[in-house]
Design a protein around this ligand. Structure first.
Ligand SMILES: Cc1cc2nc3c(=O)[nH]c(=O)nc-3n(C[C@H](O)[C@H](O)[C@H](O)COP(=O)(O)O)c2cc1C
Length: 304
């Protein structure tokens, strides 16, 4: 018999625990040539802001040992274009649509959350607490507990859709940040975002990417992400979406065992567009081989 792979994240029932990581799956269109997007637990779209954003100067991507450095700079098409041109396509699939979003300041976060709350076809909001505006003190909202607290509280007030807070790994105590999200009413947390990192070209003596510092992703960050998910899972009851360097089903299973209710496949999509499918299949096979009837019986079963 097929094991149960359904998991609940806030108000959402995901048919399986595998979602796509924001920024690595666009708006789904390109990947739909490779597989039926309805097979995914959910699609998390590229980070959205109210107005379109150009992003950082090129080059924007650089391959590193076991990972990649990116400085896309949250380039995106803006809310109105997304709703008009991308959402109708996504609505065709029998899966959940999670919109990753950000603002230049807290006011913009609130305004966009309000709009997304009223947007048909958007099932959940993933709030990226890495605010890109260097001139606003809100740029530290994901790093300073008091700012995170205020930001989550205010955004929570304007949406009754499932609210997921996407956490940054750049903190000393991830458990503290996770607990703040739970206490302020978030339905779930997702972690980790990319790790700030740098590579220098010794001939030009400049960074290899347009912005000196980029975000590191891929297998290089997986053990860090896993440790953080485990630490967070010890202090919160709300579901966690584990993200960071997941390439195979075995990687994903580690996160589930560490306490994640779901996992996101990110950089792996660039290597093999079928990665998410292979992870879904591999998890199912593992459940069958281990005689586990319900995936929820596996979640958080790590022993210290
Ligand atoms: C090219 C690229 C673009 C990304 N864009 C976003 C984004 O818009 N919003 C966000 O919250 N995270 C973004 N991320 C972070 C990923 O969603 C994910 O948290 C991170 O890459 C770690 O997972 P991975 O190692 O599986 O890629 C981006 C990552 C990459 C590589």
């Amino acid at each position: 018999m097929k094991p149960n792979t359904e998991v609940k994240v806030g108000k959402l029932i995901l048919k399986n625990p595998v979602v796509t990581a924001s920024g690595t799956f666009g708006y789904g269109l390109e990947y739909s040539q490779f597989f039926d997007l309805s097979l995914l637990g959910a699609i998390v779209i590229k980070g959205l802001s109210i107005n379109p954003k150009e992003g950082n100067p090129p080059p924007r991507i650089y391959e590193t040992p076991c990972g990649m450095l990116n400085s896309i700079g949250l380039q995106n098409i803006g809310y109105s274009y997304f709703v008009k041109e991308k959402l109708p396509f996504l609505k065709r699939f029998d899966t959940k649509i999670i919109v990753n979003f950000f603002g230049e300041n807290l006011r913009e976060y609130i305004e966009l959350a309000e709009r997304l709350n009223d947007t048909d076809g958007v099932h959940a909001l993933e709030m990226n607490v890495s605010c890109p505006n260097k001139n606003s003190h809100w740029r530290k909202m994901g790093l300073i507990p008091e700012l995170l607290k205020e930001a989550v509280r205010e955004v929570r007030k304007v949406t009754d859709k499932t609210l997921i807070i996407k956490l940054s790994p750049q903190v000393t105590d991830i458990a503290e940040m996770a607990k703040i999200c739970e206490d302020e009413g978030a339905d779930a947390i997702s972690l980790i975002n990319t790790v700030p990192a740098m590579v220098i070209d010794i001939k030009t003596r400049r960074s290899v990417i347009g912005n000196p510092v980029g975000g590191l992703s891929g297998p290089a960050i997986r053990p860090i992400a896993l440790r953080m998910v485990w630490e967070a899972s010890k202090v919160v009851q709300i579901p966690i979406i584990g993200i960071g360097g997941i390439i195979t089903a075995e990687d994903a299973l580690q996160f589930l065992i560490a306490g994640a209710k779901a996992v996101a496949v990110g950089t792996a999509n660039f290597i093999n567009p079928l990665s998410a499918m292979e992870v879904i299949k591999g998890i199912e096979n593992f459940l069958i081989t281990e005689g586990i009837k319900d995936i929820n019986d596996l979640i958080g079963t790590v022993t210290d």
